[in-house]
Ligand binder design. Sequence first.
Ligand code: MF3
Ligand code: CO
Length: 290
Amino acid sequence: MAKIGRNDPCWCKSGRKYKTCHQAFDEKIAQFARQGHIVPDHDIIKTPEQIAKIKESAKINIAVLDYVAENIREGMNTAEIDKMVYDLTTKMGGIPAPLNYNGFPKSVCTSVNDEVCHGIPSEEVILKAGDIVNVDASTILDGYFSDSSRMFCIGNVSPEKKRLVEVAKECLNVGLREVKPWGFLGDMGQAIHDFAYENGYTVVREIGGHGVGLEFHEDPWVGYNSKRGTEMLMVPGMIFTIEPMINMGKVEIYTDEKNGWTVYTEDGKPSAQWEVQVLVTEDGYEIISY
Ligand code: MF3
Ligand code: CO
């Protein structure tokens, strides 16, 4: 990165001089880098204008998940969920981000029971009482991305599965408590890991969260098997997802060879995931999409 002069315009496009804008901020980041920490590049630090646009996108994402929550029911097939997501997203002026993303054929991921993530909506997958299903929605509005997911319990769900869904949800709160400027993603990762394992569950290692906003998937990669004080430094303006996949049984997973997408638990036991999109603020965090 070219060195910016004290009197040059700031890289954040505020129009202010660097010395009165982000110079002290950059020096603080550089100090962490000298200590050997992973630090964010400028291109993943969002400006207030970008944050406002991402929030507009998130309004659609939240409305879509609210709409699914109101209408999902026993006997429905997951292609019907896909249609709900496509119809409402486009009606509100957005584009479903999954559609055609790296060849993904549908507008949303619907992952049932032992499907860990990236389930493909299908007329053949009919929701039945006792199922737990993750609906993972992502929206593009005016080029800005939002991404969040929720779990739904269909009819009467066993206490074991209900507890899995609740603990997976609580994992987000446990993680969010660690989101603050000048902390590390590993603080959040370890908190979630420890909480899940204390509850007798495992946390998928291979798939994690991600930076999001200007692209669907940006730096950093966000894992939940990391250690306190490691991984990327969090600074105001970063936006990323927290989306740990919590397995009731063993941690191992595999990907469907036929469709190339759907991830399952190796032992066939259920997995649950909630996803929140979060902004690091000056004094903590703000939820952008949930
Ligand atoms: N929404 C998922 C995430 O949380 C990504 C899905 S990629 C897709 O990162 F192509 F499967 F949609
Ligand atoms: Co995501």
